[in-house]
Design a protein around this ligand. Structure first.
Ligand code: PLP
Length: 368
């Protein structure tokens, strides 16, 4: 324990974390100031403002939850759900299943609409289930990181009608593929910093529509989680500088990192960034198909930022270890049903380039 910390140099092409942009790493090393310092509050306000732009929303209640994407998921669910409330959840992979688990723990009555892994949850089926159950909330995953599927979230509001709250996990979607929180009628949307934002794991951007914020304000029972109770947090985020009060110590350095990550998104332009992800993903998927890999996700619904492929019979899962140790490249194995049979390759955020796809393909060719 006497020499300084020296993690190895890796090219992160797994399902997250993604490569962190150098200027974000610089921002993380800036001097720490107090979380109630007016200068830090200004940085927080700018962070929220930039998050609104990236989520494509005007929701006042938009902020980064202190915690990883899963903290965003809990915050979303435990605030809008009270014991006995009905929620319909689309499940086509690991992360939909996790939402069902978390919602049940919050005391909700959970109905799941299941789809085969690799396929989408049909918005019409979600709508039928929501009507049949008189659901208060409908939830689904925008970008299923376990399968590489992009859900047609833009069609869900139309299918479920105006009443249920629409809650979306966009941990892997935000800043990588189109997401229109206001345009698609989403009420609660959460994300994570370590995917297409290219910031280390540690914060979970979240946004609540005024209607959802109102549902939280009118709860009859208190939120089971003290730390994630938005009615306490919103005092900090919504009520202006004068009202800022201590709830918990904001993770200062992570907010710096997110601020810079968001600045990079805005500098590049959101549409340009979506197009860059699409281009890199298409390039990789064509090259992998040529090598004999089969896409796991249904055609037409493949995420560009997370490619999920079935391994050809002569390619062992253990090759991932060779990629890491011989070439310094990390890719992910399959989760759940895909374990041992599937690889998950991320081209996210700063890492979403043809150059990185080429590096991976060349290394794979050398190993095969
Ligand atoms: N939801 C999705 C779609 C994810 O991909 C992840 C993480 O990979 C999570 C939720 C949980 O995020 P975290 O691991 O940052 O807690």
């Amino acid at each position: 324990m006497t020499s300084p910390l020296a993690p190895p140099d890796r090219l992160l092409l797994g399902p997250g974390p993604s490569p962190v942009a150098p200027s974000v790493l610089d921002a993380l090393g800036k001097p720490v100031i107090g979380h109630l310092d007016p200068e830090f509050i200004r940085i927080m306000d700018e962070t929220s403002e930039q998050l609104r732009a990236v989520f494509r929303t005007s929701n006042p209640l938009t902020f980064p939850v202190s915690g990883t994407g899963s903290a965003g998921m809990e915050t979303a669910l435990v605030n809008v759900l009270e014991p006995g409330d009905v929620i319909v959840i689309g499940v086509n992979g690991v992360f939909g299943g996790r939402m069902a688990d978390a919602a049940a723990r919050a005391g909700a009555v959970v109905t799941t609409v299941e789809a085969r892994w690799g396929d989408i949850v049909d918005p019409v089926q979600l709508g039928n289930a929501a009507t049949a159950a008189n659901a208060k909330v409908v939830a689904l995953v925008h970008a299923e990181t376990s399968t590489g599927v992009r859900s047609p979230v833009d069609q869900v509001r139309n299918a479920i009608g105006p009443d249920p709250l629409l809650l979306v996990d966009s941990v892997t979607g935000l800043a990588g593929i189109p997401l229109e929180v206001d345009g698609w009628g989403i009420d609660v949307c959460f994300s994570g910093t370590q995917k297409c934002l290219s910031v280390p794991p540690g914060l979970a951007p979240i946004t609540f529509s005024p209607r959802a914020a109102n549902v939280v304000a009118e709860r009859k029972t208190s939120v089971q989680s003290w730390y994630l109770d938005v009615s306490m947090l919103r005092k900090y985020w919504e009520e202006g500088q004068g009202a800022r009060a201590y709830h918990h110590t904001a993770p200062i350095s992570m907010v710096y990192g997110l601020w810079e990550g968001l600045r990079l998104v805005m500098e590049e332009g959101l549409e340009t960034r979506w197009a860059r992800h699409q281009d890199a993903g298409d390039f990789l998927q064509d090259a992998l198909t040529e090598l004999g890999f089969q896409m796991f996700a249904r055609k037409g619904y493949q995420l560009p930022q997370l490619t999920s492929v079935r391994l050809p019979a002569d390619v062992p899962d253990s090759l991932r270890g060779n990629l890491l140790h011989e070439f310094g490249i990390e890719i992910g194995g399959g989760l759940g049903e895909g374990a041992g049979k599937v690889w998950r390759i991320g081209l996210m955020g700063h890492g979403a380039t043809r150059h990185n796809a080429e590096r991976l393909i060349e290394s794979l060719r050398a190993l095969l």
